[in-house]
Design a protein around this ligand. Structure first.
Ligand code: CAA
Length: 417
């Protein structure tokens, strides 16, 4: 079992992200939230500071700093603005299918452009009728000569319209059960590909979430991820295992940021002749918030370390645990931070209500927290035989008592005699 490993390099990227968050992200957060527009200055800051190469392997132009480093960056950005955290993180999500499943040629072609910030990338998996049930997708790609022709729609594509590259999961073999889906890379400007509805959202308003539509959209078969059809679902699931610690880090950053605001406000706000921070009821709230943030932090770094150390047996389970736990903590802590601010917390003049709005989606996207718990439970059940020896310690009397009940031993009202 691996614990938590944070390298000096990861700490370096955390410091870089902290500086970007405080100098560029936080001052712009409210403005871009209100206008629901992507902050170009923030994107430039990612590029100028090399942040878009953090998770991309060195051989493809990145820094190869790993998933712990990625999570530390996302946490720092989200601490200042949740929308910025996801706007950044979604580049990792979009590029993971190429990292997980791409051929050498595909990795060399697309990853360097993402690492240097020349191109941003998005991930198209969900559809109107296929959210949690990702395998139930309908968007199809048919091989026609040397091209795949895509028809259908994708829903909730984060960074849509800002990104230039899209990893799109499509049905290439409708009759197959296990090899039904394939990933294709679609570049901006491909005829038949268009950004349709731009969503009006509760939170993460500075990052666009859109529908992407494909109408006889032709992409060369060289864009088929892995070079073979039918690998798409595994690529998508493998991607989510790598990306979910990042959503967890987004939740962690939001919770940490909201806690910091709550403490600062509680020190300043006076009621009944004393500041809120000196009141036991408020101290109790702040203490619980801080404890949950720290517990979430441990789980997020642990899941990310499992990825970096190649602990394949634990990644699926820990990614789901960190995602569901840290984002539930984010919702609870941001809601309580609004409570500490009282009436002012509910108003948009104060920065805190945005944290609560930004937190909500983290419990939903990249797999609802209910789906995460399904994944965790499946892992537990799969490994349950490890505990078979405990059967020796579980008394069997109750089974015997039940089994000894026969029809003859029941009275006329069905009660055991
Ligand atoms: N890695 C590799 N392969 C995996 C895998 C993993 N983590 N999980 C499953 N698979 C494989 C299985 O081994 C199986 O392979 P075989 O057919 O060869 O046996 C195959 O995939 C099917 O697996 P399941 O039977 O477990 O599949 P399922 O249909 O029951 O679904 C699920 C599993 C966990 C519910 C999955 O559908 C899921 O994660 N759903 C949530 C979808 C999701 O997270 N969407 C997020 C959209 S992205 C987004 O939100 C981004 C954004 O905007 C920011």
């Amino acid at each position: 079992m691996t614990g938590i490993i944070i390298t000096d390099e990861a700490r370096h990227w955390q410091q870089v992200a902290h500086k970007v968050a405080e100098e560029v992200v936080r001052p712009l957060a409210a403005k871009h939230d209100a206008a629901q527009e992507y902050p170009a200055a923030v994107r430039q800051a990612y590029i100028d500071n090399g942040l878009l190469g953090v998770w991309i392997p060195k051989e493809y132009g990145g820094h190869g700093a790993g998933i712990v480093a990625l999570c530390l960056v996302i946490e720092e950005l989200s601490r200042a603005c949740g929308a910025t955290g996801v706007a950044y993180a979604v580049n990792a999500l979009g590029s993971f299918p190429i990292i997980v499943g791409g051929t050498e040629e595909q990795k060399s072609r697309w990853l360097p452009q993402i690492a240097n910030g020349e191109k941003m990338i998005a991930f198209c998996l969900s559809e109107k009728f296929a959210g949690s049930d990702a395998a139930g997708m309908r968007c199809q790609a048919r091989l026609d000569g040397d091209d795949y022709v895509i028809n259908g729609e994708k829903k909730w594509t984060t960074n849509g319209g800002v990104a230039s590259i899209y990893t799109v999961f499509t049905v290439t073999d409708p009759k197959s059960k296990s090899r039904r889906i394939s990933g294709l890379v679609v570049e901006e400007g491909t005829p038949g590909f268009k950004i349709a509805k731009v969503e009006d959202k509760m939170g993460i308003r500075a990052v666009p979430v859109v529908e992407t539509h494909f109408e006889d959209c032709r992409v060369p078969k060289e864009n088929l991820l892995g070079g073979k059809p039918g690998l798409g679902f595994k690529h998508a699931m493998g991607t989510l295992d790598l990306a979910r610690p990042g959503v967890a880090a987004q939740g962690l950053g939001l919770a940490q940021g909201a806690l910091e605001y709550a403490v600062t406000y509680a020190m300043r706000r006076k009621q009944f002749g004393q500041n809120l921070a000196s009141m036991g009821v408020i101290q109790d709230m702040l203490a619980l918030m801080a404890t949950k943030v720290e517990a979430a932090r441990g789980l997020v770094y642990r899941a990310a370390t499992a990825v970096d150390t190649g602990d394949k047996a634990s990644v699926n389970r820990l990614a789901a645990m960190s995602k569901s736990f840290a984002t539930d903590v984010a919702m609870e802590v941001t809601t309580n931070a609004v409570q500490v601010f009282g009436g002012y917390g509910y108003m948009k003049d104060y920065p805190i209500e945005k944290y609560m709005r930004d937190a909500k989606i983290t419990q939903i996207y990249e797999g609802t927290n209910q789906i995460q718990r399904l994944v965790i439970a499946r892992n537990l059940i799969k490994e349950a035989s490890k505990f078979d020896y405990l059967n020796n310690y579980i008394p069997t009397e109750s089974y015997n008592a039940y089994n000894s009940v026969t029809e003859e031993s029941l009275d006329s009202e069905g009660v055991s005699a």
